[in-house]
Design a protein around this ligand. Structure first.
Ligand code: C5P
Length: 221
């Protein structure tokens, strides 16, 4: 099955002065760690990487197919899916953020197998139980309510989709407003399940995250 790693973000919050996916993490570009995990996964046979427009030559990991990314994350996913479909007609696809370099290959495989064995679901996504208490704020910045943590999860990638459902969701959805693709599937009436992931599958967003990711990579080695 194909995998799509989205790596076309600008990385402004990281302040690296260039694409986040190319920032150095433990001696390699950030995105290369995710490529490794997908290479190790048993169920992945093709790895597509959505890259910033005009920067494909900087993505030199062997064995990947680069695709020009789009204006937003979901536009990058739509471009990637188009390229994947042009090369074949897979039933399922895995989408992953290059910003999560610690993704375990075993989590990718478990998510693929999980969706494959549950015909009721259109997508299966990695998520960690909430450990923080979460509150909703009003427009004035004052707390309106405290949410029931026991029914909340913090959503990550990988996210595995039935291609037909993801395509439909991308066609009809608010691509500019979506922070993940599963939300588009939900909005189009699809059924999205969750597979438990560890909070160690962190997302590199601000500079301190790079230090934490380096420590976790060293520990995992
Ligand atoms: O901006 P954010 O950190 O939520 O981005 C999540 C992932 O989506 C990152 O891996 C980033 O490279 C990717 N992305 C993309 N195309 C965009 C914006 C973000 O592939 N236009």
């Amino acid at each position: 099955m194909p995998a799509l790693i989205v790596a076309a973000g600008s990385g402004q919050r990281l302040g690296a002065g260039g694409p986040k996916a190319l920032v150095e993490l433990a001696g390699r570009p950030l995105y290369a760690w995710s490529v490794d995990a997908f290479r190790q996964a048993n169920n992945i046979d093709r790895i597509y990487v959505a890259v910033p427009p005009g920067r494909a030559d900087l993505f030199t990991e062997p064995g990947i197919v680069t695709v020009e990314g789009g204006e937003t994350r979901s536009h990058s996913v739509a471009n990637g899916l188009e390229a994947i479909k042009a090369d074949g007609d897979p039933a399922m696809v895995v989408v992953h953020d290059a910003a999560r370099p610690l993704v375990p290959a075993a989590l990718i495989d478990a998510a693929v197998i999980g969706l494959g064995s549950d015909t009721e679901l259109h997508a299966l996504i990695a998520a960690a139980p909430m450990t923080d208490t979460v509150k909703r704020l009003g427009g004035d910045g004052v707390v309106v309510e405290t949410l029931d943590r026991s029914s909340l999860v913090a959503v990550q990638t990988p996210q595995v989709f039935r291609v037909e459902a993801l395509e439909r969701a991308l066609e009809s959805g608010d691509l500019a407003g979506a922070t993940d693709d599963a939300s588009l599937v939900e909005a189009s009436g699809g059924s999205v399940g969750v597979i438990e992931a560890s909070s160690g599958n962190i997302k590199v967003t601000v500079p301190g995250d790079l230090e934490l990711a380096t420590l976790l990579l060293q520990r995992n080695r």
